[in-house]
Ligand binder design. Structure first.
Ligand SMILES: Cc1cc2nc3c(=O)[nH]c(=O)nc-3n(C[C@H](O)[C@H](O)[C@H](O)COP(=O)(O)O)c2cc1C
Length: 194
Protein backbone atom coordinates (compact mmCIF):
# COMPACT_ATOMS: atom_id res chain seq x y z
CA UNK A 1 0.00 0.00 0.00
CA UNK A 2 1.22 3.49 -0.85
CA UNK A 3 0.25 6.65 1.04
CA UNK A 4 1.23 10.31 0.64
CA UNK A 5 1.56 12.28 3.88
CA UNK A 6 1.64 16.06 3.62
CA UNK A 7 2.65 17.93 6.77
CA UNK A 8 1.71 21.62 6.83
CA UNK A 9 2.02 24.48 9.27
CA UNK A 10 -1.00 23.98 11.48
CA UNK A 11 -0.48 23.12 15.12
CA UNK A 12 -0.49 19.36 15.67
CA UNK A 13 3.02 18.13 14.82
CA UNK A 14 2.68 15.21 17.29
CA UNK A 15 -0.23 13.89 15.21
CA UNK A 16 1.98 13.90 12.11
CA UNK A 17 4.87 12.16 13.85
CA UNK A 18 2.62 9.45 15.34
CA UNK A 19 0.78 8.94 12.05
CA UNK A 20 4.04 8.50 10.17
CA UNK A 21 5.23 5.91 12.69
CA UNK A 22 1.92 4.05 12.53
CA UNK A 23 1.94 3.98 8.72
CA UNK A 24 5.51 2.71 8.64
CA UNK A 25 4.77 0.05 11.26
CA UNK A 26 1.77 -1.05 9.19
CA UNK A 27 4.12 -1.77 6.29
CA UNK A 28 2.87 1.15 4.20
CA UNK A 29 5.15 2.80 1.68
CA UNK A 30 4.96 6.47 2.69
CA UNK A 31 5.96 9.54 0.69
CA UNK A 32 6.25 12.59 2.93
CA UNK A 33 6.32 16.25 1.98
CA UNK A 34 6.66 19.02 4.53
CA UNK A 35 5.74 22.63 3.75
CA UNK A 36 8.03 25.45 4.87
CA UNK A 37 5.68 26.30 7.72
CA UNK A 38 5.29 22.61 8.45
CA UNK A 39 9.02 22.47 9.19
CA UNK A 40 8.70 25.40 11.57
CA UNK A 41 5.80 23.83 13.45
CA UNK A 42 7.47 20.40 13.65
CA UNK A 43 10.64 22.03 14.99
CA UNK A 44 8.67 24.13 17.48
CA UNK A 45 6.22 21.54 18.77
CA UNK A 46 8.41 18.43 18.74
CA UNK A 47 11.77 19.94 19.66
CA UNK A 48 11.18 23.41 21.11
CA UNK A 49 13.53 24.92 18.53
CA UNK A 50 11.72 26.80 15.71
CA UNK A 51 15.02 27.38 13.89
CA UNK A 52 16.13 23.74 13.77
CA UNK A 53 17.65 22.84 10.38
CA UNK A 54 15.27 21.06 8.02
CA UNK A 55 17.68 18.12 7.66
CA UNK A 56 17.66 17.61 11.42
CA UNK A 57 13.85 17.79 11.57
CA UNK A 58 13.61 15.15 8.83
CA UNK A 59 16.25 12.98 10.43
CA UNK A 60 14.45 12.97 13.80
CA UNK A 61 11.04 12.43 12.17
CA UNK A 62 12.09 9.43 10.11
CA UNK A 63 14.72 7.87 12.37
CA UNK A 64 14.32 4.07 12.38
CA UNK A 65 11.21 4.07 10.17
CA UNK A 66 11.05 1.69 7.20
CA UNK A 67 9.43 2.53 3.88
CA UNK A 68 9.52 6.32 4.28
CA UNK A 69 10.78 8.68 1.56
CA UNK A 70 10.81 12.45 2.05
CA UNK A 71 10.30 14.67 -1.00
CA UNK A 72 11.05 18.38 -1.19
CA UNK A 73 7.93 20.53 -1.37
CA UNK A 74 9.06 21.81 -4.79
CA UNK A 75 9.87 18.37 -6.20
CA UNK A 76 7.32 17.95 -8.97
CA UNK A 77 9.25 14.95 -10.27
CA UNK A 78 7.96 13.05 -7.22
CA UNK A 79 5.40 10.35 -8.09
CA UNK A 80 2.73 12.14 -6.04
CA UNK A 81 2.71 15.03 -8.53
CA UNK A 82 0.97 12.88 -11.15
CA UNK A 83 -2.21 10.88 -11.31
CA UNK A 84 -0.41 8.22 -13.32
CA UNK A 85 1.45 7.07 -10.19
CA UNK A 86 -0.34 4.38 -8.16
CA UNK A 87 -1.14 5.88 -4.77
CA UNK A 88 -3.78 4.40 -2.49
CA UNK A 89 -4.40 7.30 -0.17
CA UNK A 90 -3.41 10.86 0.63
CA UNK A 91 -3.50 12.52 4.02
CA UNK A 92 -2.54 16.04 5.04
CA UNK A 93 -1.91 16.09 8.78
CA UNK A 94 -1.98 18.63 10.22
CA UNK A 95 -3.62 20.71 7.51
CA UNK A 96 -3.43 24.50 7.83
CA UNK A 97 -6.22 26.79 6.74
CA UNK A 98 -3.78 28.24 4.21
CA UNK A 99 -3.44 24.81 2.59
CA UNK A 100 -7.20 24.23 2.82
CA UNK A 101 -7.78 27.52 1.02
CA UNK A 102 -5.16 26.85 -1.63
CA UNK A 103 -6.48 23.38 -2.47
CA UNK A 104 -10.07 24.64 -2.45
CA UNK A 105 -9.07 27.32 -4.96
CA UNK A 106 -7.50 24.72 -7.25
CA UNK A 107 -4.15 26.46 -6.85
CA UNK A 108 -0.95 24.46 -6.47
CA UNK A 109 1.99 26.23 -4.88
CA UNK A 110 3.79 23.14 -3.58
CA UNK A 111 3.79 19.35 -3.77
CA UNK A 112 1.30 19.03 -0.89
CA UNK A 113 -1.30 21.06 -2.81
CA UNK A 114 -0.48 19.24 -6.04
CA UNK A 115 -0.84 15.79 -4.44
CA UNK A 116 -4.20 16.79 -2.92
CA UNK A 117 -5.36 18.09 -6.28
CA UNK A 118 -4.30 14.82 -7.93
CA UNK A 119 -6.23 12.84 -5.30
CA UNK A 120 -9.39 14.83 -6.01
CA UNK A 121 -9.17 14.65 -9.79
CA UNK A 122 -8.41 10.92 -9.70
CA UNK A 123 -11.23 10.38 -7.17
CA UNK A 124 -8.89 8.82 -4.62
CA UNK A 125 -9.08 8.93 -0.85
CA UNK A 126 -7.96 12.31 0.50
CA UNK A 127 -8.02 12.89 4.27
CA UNK A 128 -7.51 16.42 5.57
CA UNK A 129 -6.79 16.93 9.27
CA UNK A 130 -7.36 20.65 9.94
CA UNK A 131 -6.56 22.40 13.22
CA UNK A 132 -7.92 25.86 13.63
CA UNK A 133 -10.43 27.42 15.96
CA UNK A 134 -12.71 29.29 15.76
CA UNK A 135 -13.48 29.05 12.06
CA UNK A 136 -14.44 31.94 9.81
CA UNK A 137 -17.08 31.72 7.11
CA UNK A 138 -14.23 31.54 4.59
CA UNK A 139 -12.68 28.55 6.37
CA UNK A 140 -16.05 26.78 6.55
CA UNK A 141 -16.86 27.46 2.89
CA UNK A 142 -13.44 26.17 1.81
CA UNK A 143 -13.89 23.02 3.88
CA UNK A 144 -17.36 22.45 2.45
CA UNK A 145 -16.00 22.93 -1.07
CA UNK A 146 -13.36 20.29 -0.42
CA UNK A 147 -15.88 17.93 1.17
CA UNK A 148 -18.13 18.33 -1.87
CA UNK A 149 -15.14 17.58 -4.10
CA UNK A 150 -14.62 14.28 -2.31
CA UNK A 151 -12.19 14.99 0.55
CA UNK A 152 -12.70 13.60 4.04
CA UNK A 153 -12.51 16.35 6.66
CA UNK A 154 -11.18 14.73 9.83
CA UNK A 155 -10.68 17.45 12.40
CA UNK A 156 -7.90 17.10 14.96
CA UNK A 157 -10.60 16.76 17.59
CA UNK A 158 -9.94 13.83 19.93
CA UNK A 159 -12.87 12.34 21.78
CA UNK A 160 -12.92 11.98 25.55
CA UNK A 161 -15.38 9.08 25.81
CA UNK A 162 -12.56 6.52 26.17
CA UNK A 163 -11.28 8.31 29.32
CA UNK A 164 -7.85 9.25 27.92
CA UNK A 165 -5.10 9.31 30.55
CA UNK A 166 -2.26 10.84 28.57
CA UNK A 167 -1.61 13.21 25.69
CA UNK A 168 -0.52 10.15 23.70
CA UNK A 169 -4.03 8.73 24.16
CA UNK A 170 -5.47 11.90 22.59
CA UNK A 171 -2.98 11.81 19.73
CA UNK A 172 -3.68 8.15 19.05
CA UNK A 173 -7.41 8.79 18.94
CA UNK A 174 -6.97 11.14 15.97
CA UNK A 175 -4.30 9.01 14.30
CA UNK A 176 -6.45 5.89 14.68
CA UNK A 177 -9.35 7.62 12.95
CA UNK A 178 -7.00 8.64 10.11
CA UNK A 179 -5.87 5.04 9.68
CA UNK A 180 -9.51 3.92 9.70
CA UNK A 181 -10.23 6.32 6.85
CA UNK A 182 -7.26 4.97 4.90
CA UNK A 183 -8.51 1.43 5.47
CA UNK A 184 -5.53 0.46 7.63
CA UNK A 185 -6.20 -1.98 10.46
CA UNK A 186 -5.21 -0.55 13.83
CA UNK A 187 -5.84 -0.76 17.54
CA UNK A 188 -4.68 2.71 18.49
CA UNK A 189 -7.87 3.53 20.32
CA UNK A 190 -10.50 1.44 22.03
CA UNK A 191 -13.57 1.16 19.85
CA UNK A 192 -16.92 2.16 21.24
CA UNK A 193 -18.92 -0.86 22.32
CA UNK A 194 -15.86 -3.12 22.78
C1 LIG B 1 3.65 27.56 15.75
C2 LIG B 1 2.63 27.84 14.69
C3 LIG B 1 1.36 27.31 14.82
C4 LIG B 1 0.38 27.52 13.84
N1 LIG B 1 -0.85 26.94 14.00
C5 LIG B 1 -1.76 27.03 13.01
C6 LIG B 1 -2.98 26.32 13.12
O1 LIG B 1 -3.26 25.63 14.10
N2 LIG B 1 -3.85 26.37 12.06
C7 LIG B 1 -3.56 27.09 10.92
O2 LIG B 1 -4.39 27.06 10.00
N3 LIG B 1 -2.41 27.80 10.80
C8 LIG B 1 -1.49 27.79 11.82
N4 LIG B 1 -0.30 28.46 11.71
C9 LIG B 1 -0.10 29.37 10.56
C10 LIG B 1 0.38 28.64 9.31
O3 LIG B 1 1.61 28.02 9.56
C11 LIG B 1 0.52 29.66 8.15
O4 LIG B 1 -0.77 30.09 7.74
C12 LIG B 1 1.29 29.11 6.97
O5 LIG B 1 1.25 30.05 5.91
C13 LIG B 1 0.72 27.80 6.47
O6 LIG B 1 1.43 27.42 5.31
P1 LIG B 1 1.36 25.91 4.78
O7 LIG B 1 -0.07 25.55 4.66
O8 LIG B 1 2.06 25.95 3.45
O9 LIG B 1 2.09 25.07 5.76
C14 LIG B 1 0.69 28.29 12.69
C15 LIG B 1 1.97 28.81 12.55
C16 LIG B 1 2.93 28.59 13.53
C17 LIG B 1 4.32 29.14 13.36
Amino acid sequence: MSVFLGITGASGAPYAARLLTALSEAGVEVGVTISDSGFEVLATELHGDPGMAHEEVVSRLTDGLAGVTVYDSRDYKAPYASGSAKVDGYVICPCSMATVGTIAAGAMANLVHRAASVALKEERKLVLVPRETPLSTIHLENLLRLRNAGATILFAAPGFYNAPQTIDDLIEFVVGRCLDQLGIENRLTRRWGQ
